[in-house]
Design a protein around this ligand. Sequence first.
Ligand code: ADP
Ligand code: MG
Length: 343
Amino acid sequence: MARDRLFSSFRRGLAVDLGTANTLVYLQGRGIVLNEPSVVAIDARDGRPLAVGLEAKRMIGRTPAHISAVRPLRDGVIADFEICEKMLGYFIRRVHPSRLSKPEMVICVPSGVTGVEKRAVMDAAEAAGARQAWIIEEPMAAAIGAGLPVHEPTGNMVVDIGGGTTEVAVISMGGIVTSQSVRIAGDELDEAIIQFIKKEYSLALGERTAEEIKIALGSACTLQQEVSAEIRGRDLITGLPKTIVTTTEEIRDAIEEPVAAIVDAVKVTLDKTPPELAADIMEQGIVLTGGGALLHGLDARLAAETGMPIVIADNPLQSVAFGSGQCLEQLGVLSDVLMTSSR
Ligand code: ADP
Ligand code: MG
């Protein structure tokens, strides 16, 4: 009995949400045990990783010439496979240091990745110690994690807005009926803020400052209380530090284009949804997951433009990891949504 328990604790599987902005790891029987930015700091002289995760993210925009902070999955594709593999291996070893056992692994990748890249991720998982690896598509994991009844013959719509990609999918009876993946998400909003502040105030902002501004001041529709705030950057003319005052209205204008593109992706998918399923969605609502779901007023904006009720998932930043974790816990039940690595 005790031996069985010991054995099963060694056999705990892992579910990994390999996101473009954040990687989360779910440990079977435990829940989410790791949540770190998908960033690796590399020493360009020998290609050695110097830091991974939060520590590496802190280095973005602050590194000397020979160090670069890389986001291996940036645009929803694996931009740098070798670094991606190193990052994955590092995270897995941190939560599963046991050399005695090989865990089963469910890995969730952005749905934009190609078959070759999926294969590569499974190889990386095996190289990092997986006994067997399964791939799950992000929208499916997001929907499961948000608690949608994906196996029922009913229409479920999920919109996952991450760093590099926005995935919109309609799911019914365990399968994706129609989906759309656009490479416009959180990163594009940050970039739009950088461009706006540069043009309007001749001020250079770093990527991380732009993200902080987006989170604090960004919105997708008129706010009850519009506010202004000071932001600091480098004056492009004098080269010196400078502080300017901007407002929530200005930042909303700045990000309007990418926000409209995200809204359009939802509308296009709705257009392609069979009428019965659209009627189900009308009742259940469209569920938002991913960090972008937290943009102020995005739910109200989507509700106004689609006429559908909008629900923000609980803990939207964790839906995908949680959903992948559910697949791991119930491998038998949910195996139809997984792609296995056995050749
Ligand atoms: P991925 O799955 O691609 O790793 P995440 O779901 O982890 O992405 O979401 C990360 C994105 O969400 C980043 O672009 C981040 O700036 C954005 N984000 C996080 N919190 C907020 C917030 N409160 N408001 C707006 N955007 C946010
Ligand atoms: Mg994600």
